[in-house]
Design a protein around this ligand. Structure first.
Ligand code: BJW
Length: 241
């Protein structure tokens, strides 16, 4: 393997680091076969976010929204974690204080056995009652419509965060805390356009972290970070470790 000196500062820092955060987006699961949102093959190419990923869309046509989520569950279910997910598990085992913040709802980090995972945008494998708020795991591939709450009889929705909705304040403050104190932040496979996740690299940088981006292409963050690697997460992350 050819030695590339651009890797040295990151590799050296990772070796000595005690507090590391990884922030991941849809790109980390792309090599597992999970569709991303943006880009030529992305979900938003064929679907409009405002028709499917907003509370207004769900209020207007819950069946349409549920059909989309059931279809996505079917796409995700056969997908397995890839070398990038596994590399982050290895990193967690080496670093005393490691936090994985993910925007992904696919559950692949947990399946890979990452332990300290903060799901900023929820999970596609849970349902939440719009009446009483009860949350339950649900992996039913043929979820019948309408999915009603066994406790209060109201309609249940996917337990994800749609545009215009607030993130869980507990998860957000745990993420903020980890970003404030980390020495290194790895930003992997996110287009960095959806807030507040898109600002997290800047928060960490301001607090003194060394920020490394891994993405197939440049993003709005690329100029602001300390090091930007272009390529597949499933190739770069294992090599970096
Ligand atoms: C690879 C690769 C490989 C490919 N290797 N790389 C401030 C300014 C402007 C707007 C806002 C703002 N604050 C809030 C907003 C509004 C909005 C927002 O950000 N809009 C922007 C689009 C303009 N944000 C919100 O509404 C958020 N809520 C909020 O802030 O609430 C405030 C509030 C407070 C109090 C009361 C009420 C409200 C919520 C955002 C929720 C986002 N939800 C979704 C859907 C989740 C459920 C689901 O999955 O169905 O989350 S949208 C979608 O985008 C999903 C993703 O998590 C998110 C980010 O996408 P991501 O992960 O970056 O994926 P892609 O596809 O965009 O990019 C993939 C990248 O990977 C690409 O760069 C590729 O190059 C790369 N890649 N293969 C490495 N192998």
């Amino acid at each position: 393997m050819i030695h590339d000196s651009r890797w040295d500062p990151t590799v050296t820092r990772l070796r000595g680091a005690k507090r590391v955060v990884a922030l991941t987006g849809a790109g980390i699961s792309a090599e597992s076969g999970v569709p991303t949102f943006r880009g030529p093959e992305g979900l938003w190419k064929n679907f409009r976010p405002e028709d499917l990923a907003t509370p207004e869309a769900f209020a207007r046509d819950p069946q349409l929204v549920w059909e989309w989520y059931i279809w996505r569950r079917g796409r995700i279910a056969p997908c397995a974690p890839n070398p990038a997910h596994h590399a982050l598990v290895t990193l967690e085992q080496r670093i005393p204080d490691f936090t994985l913040i993910t925007q992904n709802v696919d559950g692949l980090h947990r399946r890979a056995r990452s332990r300290n995972v903060l799901h900023l945008h929820g999970t596609i494998w849970e349902v939440r009652c719009t009446g009483c708020g009860r949350v339950e795991e649900n992996r039913d591939p043929d979820l019948a419509f309408p999915p009603l709450c066994p406790a209060c009889g109201k309609l249940r929705r996917p337990n994800v965060v749609w545009f215009g909705e607030a993130l869980d304040p507990t998860i957000l403050s745990r993420a903020e805390e980890a970003l404030q104190k980390c020495e290194i932040l790895l930003v992997v496979g996110t287009s960095a356009v959806v807030q507040p996740a898109a600002s997290m690299a800047l928060w960490a940088k301001k607090a003194g972290a060394y920020v490394v981006e891994i993405n197939l292409e440049p993003t709005p963050l690329s100029r602001a970070v300390d090091m930007s690697f272009q390529g597949k997460a499933g190739e770069i992350l294992p090599r970096m470790l």
